[in-house]
Design a protein around this ligand. Structure first.
Ligand code: F6P
Length: 327
């Protein structure tokens, strides 16, 4: 049995782009809070709901049968109003009116900047990292990444079948905003011919054309080029392949399909552990913290200190990809 806390009521919201596993995190926050005798309210549409007071009480039943569902039952939004002084004051007023002694904010770095601003007005806030991009610098892992990577791999495996039959080249654009974590992982997992990520400058000749040439010389007649959306446009890369190599490539932009679907075991478990940790922090009177993964460990950091950290693409994973695609 969890220790009873002096905190009596908290809110939970999801903000920014959704990610598979957010529902599992919401469920964990609700169940972990109830176990400590803390009431929970759900806040709809992120900070916009905190401003407008769009909230509802949550109990154990309201989070039944959601651990396996993608998306977020709380809906999500990006609120411009929350960035204004007036919007912030309204959000703070909602917390006071409803007696919310803490907020768990699930989302990406924009969500955490908002959470930290709210904390400066005296509202206790803890963030949980949820984004398919895995681009939050203070944590090794963000909820949704594993599911999105698996979804992209499944899609590209299917593409591979038809590329093989027709002896074609596929150029596939993978999400990730300004980061290449998703594209690199997916590229390694599908055995791509070439992978382009924003963190490493590329030249078409050596990082695309030469890779295709080498693959062809080794006997291959179908090619998969994985392009991170932050590195280049798959349409442009496809066009260059057509013009400079005389191939007839097919371009696929995976897009938002990567954000949906049932979360993997990893995302369900990480979300559940992170939700538990967020509630523990609020129950112990902590604020302005972000829950992070450090290897297999769940830790927490000051939000602004966390956001000022640096994170780089794993050089070993990049090297492995380079060798696998023919140096
Ligand atoms: O941050 C998650 C993400 O899916 C990025 O990979 C992508 O660039 C962006 O969100 C798309 O945003 P939107 O849902 O607003 O189109």
């Amino acid at each position: 049995m969890e220790k009873k806390s002096s905190v009596s009521r908290i809110g939970v919201l999801t903000s920014g782009g959704d990610a598979p596993g957010m529902n599992a995190a919401i469920r964990s926050v609700v169940r972990s809070a109830l176990a400590r005798g803390i009431e929970v309210v759900g806040i709809r549409r992120g900070y916009a709901g905190l401003i407008s007071g769009d909230i509802f009480p949550m109990d154990g039943n309201s989070v039944s049968r959601i651990i396996n569902r993608g998306g977020t039952i709380l809906y999500t939004a990006r609120s411009d109003q929350f960035r204004t002084e007036e919007g912030m004051q309204k959000a703070v007023a909602t917390c006071k009116l409803l007696g919310l002694e803490g907020i768990v904010a699930i989302g990406g770095d924009g969500t955490f900047r908002g959470a930290s601003a709210l904390a400066s007005y005296g509202v206790s806030v803890v963030g949980i990292p949820g984004t398919i991009d895995n681009d939050i610098v203070c944590t090794d892992y963000t909820i949704g990444f594993d599911t999105a990577a698996n979804t992209a791999v499944e899609c590209i495996d299917r593409l591979r079948d038809t590329m093989q039959s027709h002896e074609r080249c596929a150029v596939v654009e993978v999400m990730g905003r300004h980061a290449g974590y998703l594209a690199l992982q997916v590229g390694v997992a599908v055995g791509a011919t070439a992978v382009l990520v924003p963190e490493r400058p590329y030249s078409f000749e050596s990082h695309v054309a030469d890779k295709i040439r080498r693959a062809r010389l080794s006997g291959k007649t179908n090619f998969i080029i994985v392009v991170a959306e932050g590195a280049a446009s798959a349409v442009d890369v496809g066009e260059q392949i057509r013009q400079e190599m005389g191939l007839d490539p097919r371009v696929t932009i995976l897009g938002h399909i990567q954000r949906g679907g049932a979360p993997t075991v990893k995302d369900r478990v990480m979300a559940t552990r992170m939700g538990y940790e967020a509630v523990r922090l609020l129950a112990e009177g902590k604020t302005n913290r972000v829950v992070c993964a450090k290897g297999e460990q769940i830790i927490n950091r000051d939000i602004m200190e966390g956001l000022a950290m640096e994170k780089t693409l794993n050089p070993e994973e990049f090297e492995v990809m380079t060798v696998m695609t023919g140096k």
